[in-house]
Design a protein around this ligand. Structure first.
Ligand code: NAD
Length: 273
């Protein structure tokens, strides 16, 4: 895709699932990719190897451009670690062009019972971590007076309520305003801020249903397109949104959800006839 080759990209939570697929796709497109991981160095190294493999396999013609990868450990819920993560990327790559705020997790529980600590823990990673990393990236873009792109990996639950996952839904709702407000604030400074809103995607976060045929069938029943997404489908849209092909798009969240946000219950009229 146009405008990706040679760019320096940081993907948070890049050692598994959607983040891993995004990191690999950027590598295949010729970008230098910093893979942030909180733990599980082994998976992070696998991602790095897969990027290299992808580059080897698909990018012979741009090999001379020399895609680079690096691993950077940090818990994005911890301000000091976010600062160190960004500093390490700047030191290694000499700059940053694209930030993918992907790290996220969820905790289930009835809302009348969840602890304040668990609520804040989800917000600290999914929303505050994304804000702080975006802030550091924007400071860098402004200091260098260069264009920058930020993608917030949100969720259909930015729009659709999620009972028993209140902190997750609140974090993704907050992400919508993180995206739109930053987009508006920096639109005149060559910085684009967008989101993607994945629907049900086959990744480790969905262990609870992915490996259970009955539960999987129940999930798929609710999806108008009749199947869950792959991480690669999320990666393709993410890289497009960062490319020059999307140069005029800012402040948008693109839902990549097989129709989940289209009120699937209304597939057939049930209240008018
Ligand atoms: P995943 O669990 O495979 O990936 C999440 C990654 O974030 C993991 O690598 C995890 O280690 C990392 N992470 C969590 N807390 C972190 C922290 N404090 N610091 C650094 N890294 C941290 O799941 P996934 O499905 O690939 O999720 C990626 C993103 O996509 C998340 O933001 C999630 O909310 C979003 N999403 C996923 C789905 C889905 O169905 N899989 C749907 C909508 C949105």
């Amino acid at each position: 895709m146009q405008g990706i080759q040679g760019k320096n990209v940081l993907v948070t939570g890049g050692s598994s699932g959607i983040g891993q697929a995004i990191a690999i796709r950027f590598g295949i497109e010729g970008a230098n990719v910093a893979i942030n991981y909180r733990k599980g160095l082994e998976a992070a190294q696998e991602t790095e190897a897969a990027i290299q493999e992808g580059v080897d396999r698909c990018m012979n013609e741009i090999r001379d451009a020399g895609s680079k990868t690096m691993l950077v450990q940090a818990d994005v819920s911890k301000p000091d670690e976010v600062n160190r993560m960004v500093d390490e990327v700047l030191a290694e790559f000499g700059g940053l062009d694209i930030l993918i705020n992907n790290a996220g997790f969820q905790i289930a529980g009835d809302s009348e019972e969840i602890s304040l600590e668990s609520f804040q823990r989800v917000l600290a990673t999914n929303l505050t971590g994304a804000f702080q990393t975006a802030q550091r990236a924007i400071q860098h873009f402004l200091a260098e007076d260069k264009p920058g792109v930020i993608i917030n990996v949100s969720s259909v639950h930015q729009r659709i309520p999620k009972p028993r996952f209140l902190s997750y839904a609140v974090s993704k709702g907050g992400m919508q305003n993180l995206t739109t407000t930053l987009a508006l604030e920096y639109a005149g400074r060559k910085i684009r801020v967008n989101g993607i809103g994945p629907g049900a995607t086959i990744t480790p976060i969905n262990r609870a249903w992915v490996d259970d045929p009955e539960k999987s069938a129940e999930v798929v029943k609710h999806i108008p397109m009749g199947r869950a997404a792959t991480s690669e489908e999320m990666a393709a849209v993410t890289v497009f949104m960062c490319s020059d092909e999307a140069a005029y798009i800012t402040g948008q969240t693109l839902f990549v959800d097989g129709g989940l946000t289209l009120y699937p219950d209304f597939r057939t009229a049930w209240s008018s006839e």
